[in-house]
Design a protein around this ligand. Structure first.
Ligand code: ZN
Ligand code: ZN
Length: 435
């Protein structure tokens, strides 16, 4: 048995580093909050400027220049033209340590803005042969402004940073191609991050953070089907092969894959046909019909299984009618967004401190997809939603992302800056104990 004094000495020696670490976290947190508050007027100004000048996927030239100019002014190492219009900034802290990456996406959508704002977008462009408006209808203007604000906060704390922060400004999230191209062009190397964080503005209560460990957002696969029959007179169907009837059978049969064939207690899945195109006149049976849709899953095994079942269903229904059908899942696809469970657990105290313990919410599965998932396939990462529904409005009924009425309340911007800055600092600090 140890004498009582020795026990006390051992206990207090064990507690001291923990106490020191706690007070170090507290002073760093206070400095982040102070610097984030000071940066806020610029964050709001960047957000409005970018909102008023949205650019489509891989056309984010003006946005990229704004980002590169700002990162350069902060003294970061800046690489431009990554994945065509992407920008990467590297901030090396004064002390050595791990590397953490923060990511924002920069592109807008071919949507004509209907929100009445002083900084409303009036930009127009050609898209798929149509003249359309361009709008930050998914709120990526907020993501860019938040990450620029985070860069300003952390650049001011360089002397206290034990490690490196990599700022990834990615193009073309909406076309689900920017993340993959950035990875191909080396964004996760030299220096290679050990963790990555990202956020998305979402119609949740203002200033809340919604998270989920494990599968969070769905895998998304395109669905393109061409059904080929044989043209004939509408009054003489036996003279040809009717692709419209075959396409109709296919649409209904595809619905039986999630509802009758998959074990939906494992994970939900969706097969949607969103477009049917075929024929020119009511009394002419056409040669072919084109179907387009989307497939959503939460498990890579189920994802492969659903695709195989879709192929079988489409091809065999066509064959039974004497038609042919070809299925193509396209290339603009995203895997399941999977938050690393241990890292999610590790960062929860940070998120609770930033948003407030009652404003960090456990999210359900989310059917939209995110190409952030590609980074998470290589680096443990956490992606979360930042609530931007205005106070006093029901988040369930406000206009969702991609709507011409989508509106993000700027009240969430400081929470976003504090969240990303704190995640980076807490990750670097806790990965280097005793510093
Ligand atoms: Zn979107
Ligand atoms: Zn988005």
């Amino acid at each position: 048995m140890l004498p009582r004094l020795v026990v006390l000495a051992v206990l207090s020696a064990g507690c001291l580093p923990a106490l020191r670490a706690q007070s170090r976290f507290a002073t760093l947190a206070a400095e982040i909050d102070r610097r984030a508050a000071a940066a806020l007027p610029r964050v709001v100004a960047w957000r409005r400027d970018i909102h008023q000048h949205p650019e489509l996927s891989f056309a984010e030239v003006r946005t990229a220049k704004l980002v590169a100019d700002q990162l350069t002014a902060l003294g970061l190492e800046v690489r431009t033209g990554v994945a065509r219009t992407g920008v990467v900034g590297v901030l090396r802290g004064a002390r050595s340590g791990p590397v953490v990456a923060l990511r924002a996406d920069m592109d807008g959508l071919p949507v004509t803005e209907l929100v009445d704002l002083p900084f409303k977008s009036t930009v127009r462009t050609q898209y798929n042969g149509q003249e359309v408006g361009v709008m930050h209808a998914c709120g990526h203007d907020n993501h860019v402004a938040i990450l620029l604000g985070t860069a300003e906060v952390l650049a001011g704390m360089r002397e206290r940073l034990p490690g490196t922060v990599k700022f990834i400004f990615q193009p073309a999230e909406e076309s689900v191609s920017g993340a993959q191209l950035m990875i191909t062009e080396g964004v996760l190397e030299d220096p290679a991050p050990q963790a990555i964080f990202g956020l998305h503005v979402w119609p949740a209560p203002l200033g809340t953070i919604s998270y989920r460990a494990g599968p969070f957002m769905a895998a998304s696969d395109g669905l393109n089907i061409v059904v080929r029959g044989r043209q004939t007179h509408g009054a003489l169907p036996w003279g040809g092969v009717d692709p419209i009837v075959v396409a109709s059978q296919i649409v209904l049969a595809l619905q039986t894959i999630p509802s009758r064939q998959l074990d939906v207690t494992r994970a939900p899945a969706i097969v949607t046909v969103g477009m049917i195109r075929g024929g020119t006149r009511g009394n002419i049976i056409p040669d072919s019909v084109i179907l387009e849709g989307t497939v959503r899953t939460f498990d890579e095994g189920m994802r492969a299984d659903v695709k195989q079942r879709i192929r079988r269903t489409v091809e065999q229904i066509a064959q039974s009618a004497g038609a042919t059908a070809v299925v193509d899942f396209g290339t603009a696809n995203a895997p399941v967004t999977i938050n690393d469970s241990a890292l999610t657990e590790q960062v929860l105290p940070t998120l609770r401190r930033v948003a407030g313990p009652d404003k960090v919410l456990l999210a359900g599965l989310s059917m939209p997809s995110e190409d952030f998932a590609y980074y998470q396939q290589r680096v443990p990462g956490v992606f979360f939603f930042l609530g931007v529904a205005p106070d006093g409005q029901d988040p369930r009924t406000v206009a969702p992302n991609h709507s011409p009425y989508f509106f993000a309340d700027e009240g969430a911007l400081p929470v976003g800056v504090r969240a990303l800055a704190s995640l980076a600092v807490d990750y670097l600090t806790s990965a280097v104990p005793g510093r």
